[in-house]
Design a protein around this ligand. Sequence first.
Ligand code: NAP
Length: 256
Amino acid sequence: MDINGKNIILTGASSGIGLDLLKKLTRFDCKILAVARTIEKVDFEHPNVTKYPCDISDPKKLDGLFDHALSQWGHIDIYIANAGFAYYEEIESPDWEHIEKIYKTNVFSSFYAAEKMKAINQGRPFRMVVTASAMSFLSLPGYSLYSSTKAAIRGFAAAYRYELEKEQKLQLVYPIATRTSFFKEAGSGTPVPWPSQEPEKVSDAIIRGIEKDKNSIFPSALFNSIRIMNGYVHFLYPVIAWMEAKKLYKWNAGKK
Ligand SMILES: NC(=O)c1ccc[n+]([C@@H]2O[C@H](COP(=O)([O-])OP(=O)(O)OC[C@H]3O[C@@H](n4cnc5c(N)ncnc54)[C@H](OP(=O)(O)O)[C@@H]3O)[C@@H](O)[C@H]2O)c1
C-alpha cells in the first residue's frame, strides 16, 4: 500500500520501535495519530502528527481512540498495533494480575482493533499491522507469558486473514530482540537475548512491509533463516532456548 495520503494510528509511539517508526512515517504525506499512555514521552513534533494519550488495554479507551480518529479523518487506513511489553520472570507463584495485564495489552487490544478495522472499513482497503515477535515462533525461557501472547496473535491472523476482503490485510511483524527500553520495562537487569538488533532496522522493515503488502515482516534475515532451517533441523530452536535458559537461571540466582 502506498503510505502517502493515508490516515494512520500508531500505538507505542513514545519509545523504541514505535518512536523511530513515527519519525520515519513523517517522510510520507500522511496523517498520524501517535498513541501512548504517557503522551509527554512522545518527544517528536511534526505538523502531520497528533498525539493522543490512551491506555490501549482498556476497550473503552480504545473505542475513544477510534471515535477520535474517525471524527477527525472520516476513515482510518492503517492501524499499527505496536504497543506491548513483557515480564521477564521465572514463574514461581501464580499471578492472575500479570496474566490479565499482559493479555489485555498485547493480545486483546490487537484483536479488538483488528475487529474494529474490519467493521469500519467494509468495502474499502485497510492495513492492520501488529508488532508480534520472533517469540511468536520461538518461545524463550523467562518469557512464558510474553511468548504466548505473541503466538496468540499469529494464531488469530492465520484464520482472520480469510475473513478479509481483497485489499484488506493483517500484517505481522516478527522482530528479534531489539535494543529498546523493552528489557528495562521487562524487569531489572533483564539480559538481552541472542541475536539482537537496533529499532531502526525494525521500523525500516515495517515501512517496506507495508509498501510491499507483506503478510509476514521479518526484520532479521538471520532469524528468518534460522526459522526456515529449524523446519529441517529441529534442534535449532531448543539450542537457542537452552542458551537463554542459562541466562535466566543466572539472572534469577543473582536476584536472591
Ligand atoms: N524490544 C524487543 O526486543 C522486541 C522484540 C520483538 C517484539 N517487540 C514488540 O515491539 C513492540 C514495541 O516494543 P519496543 O521494543 O519499542 O518497547 P518500548 O521501547 O518499551 O516501547 C513500548 C511502547 O508501548 C507503549 N505501551 C505499553 N503499554 C501500553 C498501554 N497499555 N497502552 C498504550 N501504550 C502502551 C509504551 O508507551 P507508554 O508506556 O507511555 O504507554 C511505549 O511507547 C512491542 O509490542 C513489543 O512486544 C519488541
